[in-house]
Design a protein around this ligand. Sequence first.
Ligand SMILES: Cc1cc2nc3c(=O)[nH]c(=O)nc-3n(C[C@H](O)[C@H](O)[C@H](O)COP(=O)(O)OP(=O)(O)OC[C@H]3O[C@@H](n4cnc5c(N)ncnc54)[C@H](O)[C@@H]3O)c2cc1C
Length: 236
Amino acid sequence: MKAFLDHIRSETPNIFTFWFKPEREPSYTAGQYIEMHLPHPNHDERGEKRWFTLSSSPSDLPLISITTKFATKQSSTFKTALRALNPGDVVDISSPMGDFVLPKDPSIPLVFVAGGIGITPFHSIIKFLNDVKEKRDIQFIYGVHSTEEQVFDELLKVYGPKQYSVIYQDPPAGWEGETGNLSGQRILDLIGEIGNKLIYVSGPEQMVETLHKELGELGVPKSQLVGDYFPNYSSI
Ligand SMILES: Cc1cc2nc3c(=O)[nH]c(=O)nc-3n(C[C@H](O)[C@H](O)[C@H](O)COP(=O)(O)OP(=O)(O)OC[C@H]3O[C@@H](n4cnc5c(N)ncnc54)[C@H](O)[C@@H]3O)c2cc1C
């Protein structure tokens, strides 16, 4: 279906949220994604279509949003065309899909692990929970390069998950918290007892695969791991 650009919000110098008004209100669950088709001339080999998680919550309808990061060096022709859109310009989007969504049972404790721009589905989910005033048992771990790439901090503080741990690869001056890279062991050290917790991991494809493998080797059953993979990003 067609979706018209409503406005663009700058989250950081290289991360932007694009708000669209679809021609029909899509029905979706927080955490789902769409495929976007953006025709543009002389496209590179990556083509004219991309998958994007809806960073918005169903409670934001009739608007929907995607949030994406722009490369500091060479952007794809798709991202260059996306950045050049003006309000009223049109893209084509698929119906929302995917199962990176909250479990139906609200009593299941949750661990959300975001690597960089992989925070988008968690933003959708937490914005939804905040809007419908539903408290869930959430431990949130956010591995991010630096404060320049850190987004949605305000919403996270407003919602107040049980635990909110930020791990900077390049920490700001005076930071006394966690630094370095995400790893399976690190996640387990931060969250304590596993019990029946569901561990959701979202971020660059290789990071999600590595963390799932490490968590599996550390004894976390596959049934307690959920993943959302973003291709084409080499690092968080
Ligand atoms: C289910 C799902 C959900 C997703 N959700 C999101 C989301 O919410 N937000 C999001 O940002 N992404 C999301 N993605 C990933 C998204 O679809 C893109 O793959 C990603 O944004 C990279 O975009 P890009 O290929 O346009 O590259 P860019 O973002 O432009 O660049 C990424 C890297 O590739 C390099 N590069 C760019 N063009 C080329 C080229 N032609 N040849 C070689 N190197 C190049 C850049 O220099 C940079 O290092 C999701 C993917 C899936 C499958």
